[in-house]
Design a protein around this ligand. Sequence first.
Ligand SMILES: Nc1ncnc2c1ncn2[C@@H]1O[C@H](COP(=O)(O)OP(=O)(O)OP(=O)(O)O)[C@@H](O)[C@H]1O
Ligand SMILES: [Mg+2]
Length: 207
Amino acid sequence: MIFYANSHGMNTNIITIPPQSSISYAMRTQKNKHHGGVLWFTGLSGSGKSTLAQILQKRLFDEGCQVYVLDGDHIRQGLNRDLGFSPHDRSENIRRIGEVAALFADAGIIVLCAFISPYQEDRNRARLAAGDKFHLVHVNASVELCEERDVKGLYRKARLGEIKDFTGISAPYEIPHDAEIVLDTAQHEVEYCSSVLYNYVRTHLFF
Ligand SMILES: Nc1ncnc2c1ncn2[C@@H]1O[C@H](COP(=O)(O)OP(=O)(O)OP(=O)(O)O)[C@@H](O)[C@H]1O
Ligand SMILES: [Mg+2]
């Protein structure tokens, strides 16, 4: 099949009517015994997004949920390997993930997205893509603490100027004011934060 591109490089033969699915969202949730949803973890590098997403995934999986983690590190090696860390590329990174996450949620899956996602506008767009299935989790810790943890040694490199545009050091992080959950990982242990997340999922996504 030949696809024609317009001046924006977009395919002009795509018809905007959504394809009919023989399996409805309600059928999926009935089978799964829970709703689909996007739990979007935002916060500085080292704040605890991946740690908490992985623990929550394990707990929900053990209970029979359909659950999956999308994490910055592996998405940037595959789907978004063509993108860097300029403001434009960061936005495009989050735009694509927001769309993918919305598809997961529509498929009845609980998808845990662990991305620094420093810009409010990008997080808004991800929320818009998933609609009422979107839940923002602000994993909050100060730059000083994250730098002290320096799990991946990236803060050190950023201080040495080896990494440009590093969030919290040489690139901004816009604190969210619309988070459904705020977890202060300086004040609270992993176990406590995990239980807050689990209880939230039980309340909002389980039947
Ligand atoms: N309450 C807490 N919740 C989560 N992590 C915590 C907490 N307290 C301490 N930590 C520690 O903080 C570190 C968080 O690292 P993690 O890789 O999860 O961060 P991240 O937000 O995913 O960073 P990145 O954006 O670089 O991937 C881990 O070493 C973890 O053990
Ligand atoms: Mg991580």
